[in-house]
Ligand binder design. Sequence first.
Ligand SMILES: Nc1ncnc2c1ncn2[C@@H]1O[C@H](COP(=O)(O)OP(=O)(O)OP(=O)(O)O)[C@@H](O)[C@H]1O
Length: 581
Amino acid sequence: MIQLMKRLLEFSGKQRKNLIASFVFNLLDSVFEMMPIMAILTVLSGLLSVAEGGVMPVSAIWVSLAIMVVSIAGRIFFNNLSCIRRTLGSFSMCSEKRLEIGEHMKHVPMGYFNENRLGEIVAAVTTTLGDIESNAVMVLEKVAGGFIHALVIGVWLLFYEWHIGLLMFAGLAVSMLVYGGIQKAGKRLSPRRQAAQANLVTGFLEYIQGMGVVKAFGLGEMSGKAVNQAIGESADANIILESVFSSLTGVYQTIFKLAKSAILVVAPYLLLGGEITPVKCLLLLVSSFMIYSSVELVGSMASVARVIDASLDRMEAVMDTPVLDEHGGDIPLDHYDIELAHVSFAYGQENVLQDVSAIIPEKTTCAIVGPSGSGKTTLVSLIARFWDVQEGKICVGGHDVKDFTCDSLLKNFSIVFQNVYLFEDTIENNIKFGRPDATREDVIEAAKKACCHEFISALPEGYHTLVGEGGASLSGGERQRISIARAILKDAPIIILDEATASVDPENERELQAAIAELTKDKTIIMIAHRLSTVRNADQILVIDGGTVAQRGTHKELLQQEGTYKKFIQIREQAEGWRIQ
Ligand SMILES: Nc1ncnc2c1ncn2[C@@H]1O[C@H](COP(=O)(O)OP(=O)(O)OP(=O)(O)O)[C@@H](O)[C@H]1O
């Protein structure tokens, strides 16, 4: 428990002060919570003197009333303070963690997101942090407060009547053993529950994202299988966890019932043996019902405490993901040549690029062509350092990309992907993503250059139109032009462009080409090219085949050679239905 407290305080970062304050106020609250016992004992002593033929001292009534008033006032005061600090600390701590995770994710290699991690990350920022946010501090306070409470009463009992004090401690010791058992069971079972939770999120995300394909192919039953399995596993994990916890909690609480029963038997025996007075006996009998009250509650919270421990494990795992640019610096560049020297790269065991070398001088266009799966996307991703190369090196402006921080490297790039992602926000903000401090006029100017001002203005709410998540409410061509406007606004010196393979209608095609021409003016351009017009005008063409540079040169030079490029041109000519001169 102390370990868990330490972990939570370490985790709390800037909110540490609030959490400590909340713990302290909670402890003070529990001191006032114990006071009614004193009030009852005061009244009881008075009553006993009546039973022994004396008179009930009026002061006993007033003293007990005063104790109750102080107790209630103290509790309201400290409970409130503790609650305020706890709420402030917990929610601020978790929102800071969410921001930290978001920031951290910007620096991990893209490969991290491949390995089915999306659900894990979503679960971490939603359910895992949610568990911590709503329960952690309160549960730890109750658990720690419960044991401290019991300890204080136990010590008092030792002085008041040592036999009963020992009995109380015996009960407490056995209960702690069972509590340890609950913790161990939690350690064993909670990770399964957390993993099931993450799989459930992954399953649902995949199910919803693939809904279009599912409907188109009538695969409802098949696609639902994975989600059903994840739901089943989540239910099983929760049921097993809860059933183990509830039986152990039952044992834990039985121990207190047995200990209380033992006090009920031992106290009268002590009275019979003449070791205690009837007053003491009565006081012990009454207090036996109260001494374990706070620690009894702890049992039902042990499961939550364990879940919090597992949640902290999971959060640490997410935050410990190695980042790419730990040792990177902010490097200003005075030129934008790009050089690849003997670059090799594999996704896990799968070799994708071998010994690729190339020089792309600044303000030139390099077209990358090659068959599907040959490694074109991988190559441009390595230049932007979405992954690190395994062999060789890539330099931008004469500096190894590994020497930059991700932010410092990527501020030199505008990247236009084939699959455009638009955020669930206004069109204006989606374009502004390229330069958050841009003015309205800048946004409109970029949109005009990207040939999307007209269609945006025709929308009922113009630039304030909300686009669905991923840009679902716009056509493919429109999305692409918005992403080009975004890149134009960023105005970075290096452009990475994955040309759309999907054919668009002639009107859209013309506008798209005009937008690209605006974007690429006076820039260093690396373009995965699919269109003949683009390839023909490139200063240099790299033909990637089987992960190596099979051919390189200009369009004219490569047309003279037999090989992949000639085949590529023939296929494009057939597809586009026209010939190049
Ligand atoms: N994230 C990834 N994890 C594992 N393997 C990958 C990943 N991305 C691509 N691959 C594999 O690497 C190889 C090269 O893929 P890449 O996307 O670079 O090819 P490409 O030439 O761009 O293909 P296309 O023209 O079809 O987009 C392929 O065999 C692909 O299956």
